[in-house]
Design a binder for this molecule. Structure first.
Ligand code: GTP
Ligand code: MG
Length: 316
């Protein structure tokens, strides 16, 4: 956390003017903490600052930051007090340790029609319920990048849950993003909306489709990953600051490097892999059944749950 020493923004650091600050932000050094842990040589090289100036900036950033130490029991108490959104299926909730976690990013990846979007709809409705009923008592911000948001599905799911369908629809704020820049902006500008509208769930369906179609070829990969990194970082920050849940869907590709087992791999590389607190792999089974595999979780064992996609939403 940055101490109250007058140094709050990058621009407050000695030797860092508005242009350098902007450059640093674009390179992903967007907080005082990141400057504090950066190497002066690297900063100098990347921004064209003089090495001495970069050293001063890093020193000042170090002085302006303190670490807050907490005991494990404090951390434990905080984790237990965090809310969770029920998914509609008990087996999936149990697999997740109670549902989709607040203060974290949950990713669902899988092939087409595996149920990623449907789960997003279900969560968008369920988050509206009070905490005692498996929600977080808040609204949803839904970033639709594929044009697959369906209000009539929301209505159906809400009706089946005996909720007021009109308010269920009112409580979902939908942004249709058609470029990755729009997607990024929607999240960059979300703070005010999240605060004022009590948003407790942000859905991005899907995270990578626009990035993938716009940044084609090896040459564009660095730039893509840089932008993606900042985008995800902002999502994490929103999740932390406002105790909200983030649910992202992701596409898959076949990874020829995997010789044994299922070669299906989520796209987005390490940046997405590291950012997602919990990863779910969804695949189609018979008829309306879907198998959800918990692939990555900080505290739950790997395992699978079988769910059904019904007209009423996700069920056991
Ligand atoms: P992509 O976005 O194409 O990658 O797939 P996805 O994983 O998001 O799939 P989605 O969540 O859209 O799931 C599609 C499946 O849900 C389809 O196979 C349909 O069978 C099922 N589905 C969609 N709408 C309904 C509905 O109104 N009723 C029922 N029972 N099933 C539905
Ligand atoms: Mg979808």
């Amino acid at each position: 956390m940055a101490k109250e020493k007058g140094i709050k923004e990058l621009e407050d650091l000695p030797g860092v003017g508005p242009t350098t600050a902007e450059k640093l932000k674009q390179l992903g050094y967007d907080t005082i903490e990141k400057i504090a842990t950066a190497s002066p040589h690297e900063l100098a090289e990347l921004t064209g600052m003089k090495l001495d100036a970069a050293k001063q900036a890093v020193d000042a950033a170090k002085q302006a930051t303190t670490l807050e130490f907490k005991t494990a029991s404090e951390v434990d108490a905080k984790r237990k007090s965090l809310g969770r959104i029920h998914t509609g299926a008990k087996s999936l909730d149990e697999l997740l340790g109670g549902g989709v976690e607040a203060n974290a990013i949950t990713e669902a990846y899988g092939k087409f029609a595996s149920g990623k979007t449907q789960l997003g709809f279900q969560l968008s409705v369920n988050v509206q319920r009070p905490v005692e009923q498996g929600g977080l008592g808040g609204k949803t911000l839904f970033i639709d990048t594929e044009g697959t948001f369906r209000p009539d599905r929301i209505e159906q799911i809400a009706k089946a849950a005996e909720m007021d369908t009109k308010s269920a629809l009112e409580n979902i704020l939908v942004v249709r993003a058609t470029t990755s820049d729009q997607q990024i902006l929607a999240i960059e500008r979300a703070d005010k909306l999240v605060r004022e509208s009590n948003v407790k769930l942000i859905v991005i369906d899907s995270l990578m489709s626009l990035f993938r179609s716009e940044y084609v070829g090896r040459g564009a990969l660095n730039e893509r990953q840089g932008k993606l990194n900042m985008h995800i970082h902002k999502l994490q920050k929103l999740a932390d600051t406002y105790d909200l849940a983030v649910y992202i869907t992701n596409q898959v590709m076949d990874n020829p490097a995997i010789l044994f087992g299922d070669p299906t791999t989520p796209v987005g590389g390490n940046i997405v892999a590291h950012a997602a607190t919990t990863r779910l792999y969804m695949r189609k089974s018979k008829e309306d059944k879907r198998i959800v595999r918990l692939v990555d979780s900080p505290n739950m064992p790997e395992g699978e749950a079988v769910i059904k996609i019904t007209p009423d939403g996700i069920k056991d």
